[in-house]
Ligand binder design. Structure first.
Ligand SMILES: CC(C)(COP(=O)(O)OP(=O)(O)OC[C@H]1O[C@@H](n2cnc3c(N)ncnc32)[C@H](O)[C@@H]1OP(=O)(O)O)[C@@H](O)C(=O)NCCC(=O)NCCS
Length: 172
C-alpha cells in the first residue's frame, strides 16, 4: 500500500524501528500530547516501538496507513500523518509534528498530497478529522485542506471534559 510521497520540502515514508528514539523525543513533549487524543504523556521507553509494531499490523490488515513526515533536505524525522479506523466508507485523519517544526506550513504541505494519495489509492468515499476546540493550529490545517465542519462532539467517560470539532472531506 505504501509509496513514498515527496513534496517541495518533505518526504513521507513508512516508519522503521530506528525512528523510535526520535519519536519518543518529539512526541514526548507535553505540548504535542496535550492536543491529541492518543499520544500518552509521559512517553515512556518502549512505547514508540510498540506503536510502530501496532500500526504496521493495522496497516497489513488494511485498517491504517501511517507515514513518517521527514525533511527532504536532511532526512530528519519531524512527525507523523495517518489514516486510522479505515473502513470501506471512511477513515480518520491524524497528524502531529515535533514542536521545532510547528508554524512553517509543514503539516498542510504533508496533508494535501497524503489526502490525494488516500483518495486515489484507497478509493475512500470520505475522510474525517477531529480536533479539540482549543487546537486552532489543527483547525487551520483541516480548513486549508478543504474539510467541511459538520458538528461538535462531546465524548463521554474520559475523565476530563473534551469538546471536539468534527469535519469531513469527500473524495473529489
Ligand atoms: C497541528 C500541527 C500538526 C500543525 O502543524 P503546522 O505545520 O504548524 O501547521 P501549518 O503550519 O501547516 O498550519 C498551521 C496554521 O495554524 C495557524 N496557527 C498556529 N497556531 C495557532 C493558534 N494558536 N491560533 C490560531 N492559528 C494558529 C498558523 O498560522 C497556520 O495557519 P495559516 O497558514 O493560515 O497562517 C502542530 O501544531 C502539532 O503537531 N500540534 C500538536 C499535535 C496536534 O495537535 N495534532 C493534531 C490533533 S487533531
Amino acid at each position: 500500500m505504501f509509496r513514498n510521497i515527496t513534496t517541495e520540502r518533505l518526504i513521507l515514508r513508512p516508519f522503521t524501528l530506528e525512528d523510535a528514539s526520535r519519536i519518543q523525543a518529539l512526541a514526548g513533549d507535553r505540548r504535542v500530547s496535550e492536543m491529541t487524543a492518543n499520544i500518552p504523556y509521559p512517553y515512556l521507553d518502549g512505547m514508540a516501538e510498540s506503536w510502530i509494531r501496532e500500526h504496521r499490523r493495522q496497516t497489513k490488515e488494511g485498517h491504517a496507513l501511517v507515514y513518517a513526515i521527514t525533511m527532504l533536505s536532511s532526512g530528519e524525522l519531524a512527525g507523523a500523518i495517518s489514516l486510522t479506523e479505515i473502513t470501506g466508507h471512511d477513515a480518520n485523519l491524524g497528524y502531529w509534528l515535533g514542536v521545532p517544526y510547528w508554524g512553517k506550513g509543514y503539516c498542510t504541505e504533508a496533508a494535501r498530497p497524503f489526502l490525494r494519495f488516500c483518495f486515489s489509492e484507497l478509493k475512500l468515499p470520505m475522510v474525517y478529522a477531529r480536533h479539540l476546540v482549543e487546537n486552532q493550529a489543527s483547525a487551520r490545517v483541516i480548513q486549508k485542506c478543504g474539510f467541511q465542519f459538520i458538528r461538535e462532539v462531546h465524548p463521554s467517560g474520559q475523565g476530563k471534559s473534551q469538546i471536539l470539532k468534527h469535519y469531513e472531506l469527500h473524495n473529489p
